[in-house]
Design a protein around this ligand. Sequence first.
Ligand code: FDA
Length: 303
Amino acid sequence: MILLWMARNPWLREHLPRLGFVRRAVHRFMPGEDADSAFGAAAGLAANGQGILFTRLGENLAVLAEADEVAAHYRALLDREGSLPRRPELSVKPTQLGLDIDAEACFRHLDGLAGLAGGAGTWLWLDMEGSTYVDATLDLYERLRAAHPNVGICLQAYLKRTPRDLWRLLPLAPAVRLVKGAYDEPATIAYRRRAEVDAAYQALALVLAEAARDGRARCALGTHDSGLIERIASFADAAGVSRGSLEVHMLYGIRARELVRLQAAGFPAFTLIAYGSFWYPWYMRRLAERPANVLFALRQILP
Ligand code: FDA
């Protein structure tokens, strides 16, 4: 949990990213700080039939003008005729578009991006941030979904409220990316033991999978836990859900070979590629997910 505390600490946020070894270590999860690096990393994956999601790192802005700049960046990205066979999908954090400061301005940015994404034949996804943002993010999603078919949302299985949230969204024929959850949430509102989180994930995934089978949802399993994916797939199979309805979304740099294996086994595969200069809190959450990553980062100190 110390890593998640470090992710939020303002002094560390400012100073740690300047250290050379931290910058070197982050390249394991991030091909570079600009969109060109992201397109470069995507090319080979897309050529092998994977879907691509891009996210420019950033969250919790200080002034609303920064949201205008972020939205302009994403608009240019949607306009960009890249070399990829399919347009990349976008995944954005609502606080990166000003949710903290002005929820209406945030909605207008998202609405504009969803319209552009639709015109370009691709999708816009909302990431899910800390628990204090869940209600506002669900509200944003409901409004967006009323106007756009091509919008998705992330739900976190560790939150005890998520089954209710999923049932609330299902009548909208939603696109849902189910993840375990990456923030430090208290036991009053979140499962903290791995077995509990996995059980919650499996139960939610099966509800979503059945909706996908009936054409009432797009189901994305946002996890690197291939054992869990296989268990879900076998239960889903018994309920008549084909693997082709169960997308698997993984983060760039994590279990890439496993994603290729799952793709060959019939799951539509997507890699989410993050890039940008504001990577520190995002990177600390990746370290927190797997203590071995800290050793990997420390090894970068050695020549
Ligand atoms: P778990 O932690 O059980 O890991 C399973 C296996 O995967 C591990 O044994 C290890 O081999 C490997 N692994 C997992 N994480 C690793 C890492 N960091 N480094 C190296 N190996 C690792 N969360 C959130 O709260 N809001 C969001 O919007 C998103 N969005 C999102 C999108 C996508 C596409 C993914 C894959 C994940 C997210 N997450 C997220 C993060 C998610 O909540 C969760 O923290 C991570 O995916 C890690 O959990 P796993 O499901 O991979 O399982």
